[in-house]
Design a protein around this ligand. Structure first.
Ligand SMILES: Cc1cc2nc3c(=O)[nH]c(=O)nc-3n(C[C@H](O)[C@H](O)[C@H](O)COP(=O)(O)OP(=O)(O)OC[C@H]3O[C@@H](n4cnc5c(N)ncnc54)[C@H](O)[C@@H]3O)c2cc1C
Length: 405
């Protein structure tokens, strides 16, 4: 039988992390977490955007000062060199306390695996400090799922590459300081073999950014245009023309994010609280939870939230053994993103007449319209970081050993 109980040392570590959280996590952030979160660039929280930013920075600073911001990284690059089980417990306590996610961006882990010593020294300290924002320049107007077909050209000129082309759907590009990008460095090679993974400064002359609107009302996406942009050749991560494999490592890190699955528990609880609290004005009896369709759907979602949690545990177990999750990351990404949509759908239906209200200032909107917002925002989750169809292809080929279609 699997025993998930802590050993005495693990229990002591858990208590130490919990004490730290109790001491440093601003209570206002916990309350805000009920409504805010990654909602496709929108936040329905109790705090203003500025307040949230300020308190999150304070929390990040505390984690950084404690030396825990990059638990898995070596100490020499500002990491904590924690044992696998310590990392797991730290992440669990943080997420159960509804602390905002404040680690280091995945690009840092990719640099750590594939980057030169020079790149590690130059970029990892900044990533640990959290001073720079990064964006991901992969997708192009004609290259999304078939990412290896990218056309943005980087032509070598002395010690620089000169870049021309366009990226699209680049989240956060309008405010980013740096981009990690896939560019074509050899147009004559087979398509996977002529790509390089480059780090580039968003202030470089020749870069322009045009924001794109989303159906939630947010403007998180952008188009990014490159016109004769010069980037030093030494900014290539890994070998030139072998960037496809570096980019794939990055996607494995990105898809194995456990945050979403851990968050389901809280979302589920928030929804149950709402459903249980809703009472008929005359009889005082709970109303919403009495529908058999609602009860069945909530039971299904609760089971699925537990399953998602177990997929996360599997990812963490692999990471703890030093293995970068591969098709397992696709299983986790596929299941969690589709579950997030099902959960939002269940919530909007379960909350009845006002469940679909989208205006957070409307007093009739349950939980400041957070569920209607999720309903719209989660549509994109089965597209970003690779669509559900692509995840199924990865699972079928790499996981099940089936031939490519
Ligand atoms: C929230 C969000 C954030 C994003 N952030 C970024 C970012 O920061 N940086 C970045 O570079 N990109 C980003 N993207 C873009 C994202 O990576 C692409 O949208 C995604 O890879 C799909 O590509 P596409 O939009 O070109 O669709 P297409 O590739 O044109 O796909 C269209 C449809 O065809 C299906 N399809 C395609 N090929 C196959 C196949 N072989 N087998 C079965 N079905 C297939 C797809 O599943 C999809 O349903 C983001 C997207 C979203 C939604």
């Amino acid at each position: 039988m699997v025993d998930f109980k802590d050993t005495p040392e693990q229990a002591a570590w858990r208590a130490e992390v919990q004490r730290f959280v109790d001491q440093h996590l601003p209570p206002a952030l916990r309350e805000d977490a009920r409504y805010a979160g990654s909602l496709g660039g929108l936040h329905r929280g109790t705090l203003t955007t500025d307040q949230r930013r300020e308190l999150t920075a304070k929390w990040r600073r505390a984690v950084l000062d404690r030396g825990w911001i990059a638990p898995a990284w070596p100490k020499e690059y500002g990491g904590a060199d924690m044992s696998p089980i310590q990392q797991f417990i730290l992440r669990e306590v943080f997420s159960e306390s509804q602390a905002p996610s404040v680690g280091v961006p995945d690009v840092g882990s990719t640099i750590l695996v594939h980057g030169s010593d020079e790149l590690k020294k130059r970029y990892l300290p900044g990533l640990v400090e959290g001073k720079e924002q990064w964006c991901q320049g992969y997708s192009e107007p004609s290259s999304g799922s078939d990412l290896a077909s990218i056309q943005t050209r980087a032509i070598r000129d002395g010690d620089d590459f000169v870049i021309n082309g366009q990226k699209i759907w680049t989240s956060g590009a309008a405010t980013a300081d740096m981009m990690f990008a896939l560019v074509r460095t050899d147009p004559d090679a087979p398509k996977h073999r002529g790509i390089t993974y480059l780090l580039l400064d968003m202030k470089s002359p020749g870069i322009s950014v045009r924001p794109l609107g989303q159906m939630t009302g947010a403007r998180q996406f952008n188009e990014v245009f490159f016109e004769d942009v010069r980037v030093p050749v030494r900014n290539a991560v890994g070998e030139i023309n072998r960037g496809w494999y570096v980019g794939a490592t990055h996607l494995d890190f990105e898809r194995s994010s456990i945050g979403l699955a851990v968050g389901f528990k809280h979302r589920m609880q928030n929804l149950l609280d709402l459903v249980k609290a809703e009472r008929d004005a005359t009889s005082g009896r709970t109303t919403l939870g009495r529908s058999s369709a609602t009860r069945a759907a909530l039971a299904e979602r609760a089971i699925e939230a537990d399953v998602a949690r177990n997929f996360s545990n599997r990812i963490i177990t692999l990471q703890n053994r030093g293995v970068i999750p591969n098709y397992e990351a696709s299983v986790q990404k596929l299941f969690s993103s589709e579950l997030h949509q099902r959960l939002s759908n269940t919530a909007v239906k379960a909350l009845g007449l006002y469940g679909g209200l989208y205006d957070e200032d409307d007093p009739r909107a349950p939980d400041r319209a957070v569920w209607a917002t999720y309903y719209l925002a989660t549509v994109s989750e089965t597209i970003g970081a690779g669509t559900s169809e692509i995840q199924r292809n990865v699972i079928a080929t790499r996981g099940l050993g089936l031939p490519r279609g």
